[in-house]
Every structure is written in C-alpha cells, then in structure tokens.
Design a protein around this ligand. Structure first.
Ligand SMILES: Cc1cc2nc3c(=O)[nH]c(=O)nc-3n(C[C@H](O)[C@H](O)[C@H](O)COP(=O)(O)O)c2cc1C
Ligand code: SF4
Length: 393
C-alpha cells in the first residue's frame, strides 16, 4: 500500500495520490466567492486529499453555464486568495477548473446569444448558438491565459483546463458540434487547433514549473462524437502543447450528461430545482427520454484511462468510480500517478482519511446522484447522508 506516499506534477509536490475532482459546488451566487464555498473546500482539504479542485470557473462572463457559478476576474482575486489560504492551512494544495460553456448556456444566463463552434440548438437550454469568428477564438484564448494567471496570482498551485464534458473546447474537438469549414474544423488536426492553442498560451502565461492539468474526454459517448482513437491523438497533442497531466473523463453535458457519473437519474429532484416553469415541466415529462441512464460500476473509466497511460509520458490522473481500498490498489498497480475522487468525498469528506487509517474499506455512496440535483438548490451535499456532511447553509 503506497497511496499515502508523495508524488509530484511539474515540480508541485503533493502529499499523497488523492485529489478532490471538480464537482460543481453551486455556492457562488452572482459569480462571487462565498464563505460557504470556502468552508466547503476547507472541509474537503481537512479530509485528507492532497489537492482540492474548485469546480468549473468560467474564463469570461459569456462562458457561464449557471448564474451561481464563478467567473474569473480581478475583483474576486482577494476572495480567491482567502480560499486558497484556507485550503493551504489544512495541508492541501489548491487547483481550479477553468472552462467556457460555449453553446451549453442561454441568453437568460449570459445576456446574449451563446457562442459555439458551429450553429446548433441545445435542447436543454433551448438556445441556438452563434458560430465563433476568428476574433472570438483569439479573445477566448486570451481569456483562458489571463484567467490562469489570475488563478496563479490568487494562490492556486495548479489550474485544470476543462477540455471535456461538452464544454467549449470539447465542442471544437467533437465532430458532433464542430461542422466548421475553416482551419478550426474538419480534420482532427484542425479541430484540436483552438484547444491546443489555449494550452500553449496558458503555459506561456503561467510559466514553466506550474502544473496545467487538462480534463478531457476519452470518448464523448454519442454517435458522431470523439472515440478513443481520436482522444489518444488529442492527448498527445495536449502533451506537446504544454499540459502537465491529463484527466481522461467522458460524457457530453448537452447530450449524455450522466455518462461521466453513471448510476441513478435524479429526474424528479432536477426538475423540482429548475427555476423556469417550462424547463421544470419539460424535465418532469421528458427527463427520462432526454437524459440517458448508464449503469454504475467501480472504476468505470479504467480501460480507456489505461490506453491514455500507455500513450503519453506525462502523468495520467484516474477519474471515475473510485470508491474502495481495493479499487485504489488496482489503480496504483496499473501505474496511475494520481486519482481524482468526486462522490465518495461528497458523501464523506473524510473518505481518504478513513480509508488510509483502515476505518473503512469502501464508500457508502450509492450513486443516487441526488447531490447533482442539490448543487442547483443551495449547494452540493450528500442528500443520502443523514449526518449532513457539507450541508448547504
Ligand atoms: C455533484 C457533482 C458535480 C460535478 N461537477 C463537475 C464540474 O463542475 N466539473 C467537472 O469536470 N466534473 C464535474 N463532476 C464530475 C466529477 O468531476 C467526476 O468526473 C464524476 O463524479 C466521476 O467521479 P466519481 O465517480 O469519483 O464521482 C461533478 C460530479 C458531481 C457528483
Ligand atoms: S447524494 Fe450522496 S449517496 Fe447520492 S450520489 Fe451523491 S454522494 Fe453519493
């Protein structure tokens, strides 16, 4: 058992192999850092992970998916510094996910027509996006670079670029959303031009020896999306562009949002939490047809992640269904450098501590996924947990 031994990424020494995966907290009303968000990550850090990840922070206002999400700008840097200080005081490092929603948002949230790789209707937000011009693309590359620098200057030890799950960079990578005829569409080389340039410019902006993690898809999960063969080529290109480590996930929020999670579909809870009447009714009536369900199994992304591990020289961080002592040993035996954990640490923020002391062997999270619905109703917490860990205020 070596999972409490230290390991490094790009010169950043981490005290063990565990990171809290980016799990949207739903605690940032009007894009502000709140005391609730700070306490959430303090508690996660106290639970023994080597690094906590602040979930989805948009690089610009038009990349917000929800109004209660962070977007990076100078005015929130002092509060972000408070947040990183608190995480550091608990003995953990701090990372932040930087992304842009692309077409997976609506005018109600961002005040204008969403941007996308190509014009497309999003059936969840009912918005039809505008194809990005080359000027838009340059602006977003600059926004990623400056957001990463602001994160570094706010005390974060790493950034995690979101190039998966059907967000903007993933919309360019995927032939399902990218129908462009210019140098950003068509061949794989063209489709990865914009995301790879983002990584290059982020590297320029944060300098060397600063970890840039990239979360991406091993497959999108629907016909016409990225499959593993393309993903391996993308992974190699990201390594070349300056990524320090890769996190191979899966799923597309506007088509197969639960593929990255697996388990139960909390349709009733999600529908009850919609503020717009039409969406509430729509989800209630059609939720089961609109959102496919996928069965859970431990380590559900292992096969593809192993292919990544064989293809690149940088660390590969395993994500997806890590819920037990045996599972972790299997991952370490397979050579994964780090492991990101989501639900097991939402269910019990002391999961890593308890596992390493031998107090538990397995998480009791039952993959009901009601925490996913809770993030839109005052903040993420484990709904099944009677003790109320991380309960919203
Ligand atoms: C409540 C909740 C919110 C999530 N929000 C995000 C997010 O903001 N960004 C992201 O990349 N993944 C998000 N995820 C997905 C997780 O990062 C992770 O990929 C997934 O939960 C699988 O890992 P697990 O089996 O350890 O939970 C979220 C998951 C949960 C449960
Ligand atoms: S609500 Fe709790 S038990 Fe259900 S999936 Fe989330 S963490 Fe697991």
């Amino acid at each position: 058992m070596n999972f409490l031994t230290a390991n490094s990424i790009e010169g950043l020494k981490l005290k063990n192999r565990f990171m809290r995966a980016g799990c949207f907290e739903g605690m940032c009303q009007n894009g502000q850092v709140t005391d609730q968000l700070i306490e959430h990550h303090r508690r996660v850090a106290e639970g023994g992970v080597a690094m906590s990840t602040v979930a989805y922070c948009s690089v610009s206002q038009d990349g917000l998916t929800f109004p209660h999400e962070l977007w990076m700008r100078k005015e929130i840097m002092p509060d972000l510094k408070r947040l990183t200080d608190v995480i550091h005081r608990e003995g953990a490092a701090a990372s932040i996910q930087l992304g842009h929603s692309g077409f997976f948002t609506s005018k109600n949230v961002i005040g204008k027509r969403p941007l996308g790789a190509s014009p497309k209707l999003c059936v969840f937000t009912l918005s039809y996006c505008r194809e990005m011009t080359e000027t838009d693309i340059s602006e977003k590359i600059a926004a990623f670079a400056s957001a990463a620098l602001m994160a570094k200057e706010s005390g974060f030890d790493a950034v995690e670029i979101h190039a998966g799950h059907g967000y903007l960079l993933s919309q360019f990578l995927s032939p399902w959303t990218n129908k462009r005829k210019d140098k950003y569409g068509g061949s794989l080389e063209n489709r990865l031009r914009f995301p790879a340039e983002v990584i290059k410019q982020v590297r320029k902006s944060v300098g060397k020896d600063f970890p840039i993690l990239v979360k991406m898809n091993q497959r999108d999960g629907m016909r016409g999306g990225i499959e593993i063969e393309d993903a391996i080529q993308i992974a190699r290109a990201f390594e070349k562009a300056g990524a320090s480590a890769l996190i191979p996930s899966t799923g597309f929020t506007s088509k197969v949002p639960f593929l990255m999670l697996r388990g139960n579909l909390p349709v009733k809870e999600m529908s009850n939490n919609q503020t717009e009447f039409i969406k509430r009714i729509g989800l209630k009536l059609f939720g089961r047809f609109m959102v496919p369900q996928h069965d859970y199994q431990p380590l559900f992304l292992l096969e593809g992640a192993k292919k990544f591990k064989a293809a690149v020289g940088i660390p590969v961080i395993y994500i997806g269904g890590t819920d037990s002592f045996d599972g972790i040993n299997e991952l370490l035996d397979a050579g994964f450098d780090f492991i990101q954990i989501g639900r097991a640490t939402i269910q019990d923020p002391d999961f890593v501590k308890k596992l390493s002391s031998g107090e538990i062997q397995k998480s009791v999270c039952d993959h009901c996924n009601r925490c996913v619905a809770a993030m839109d109703a005052g903040g993420v917490y484990c709904v099944s947990n009677e003790a109320g860990f991380l309960e919203s205020s």
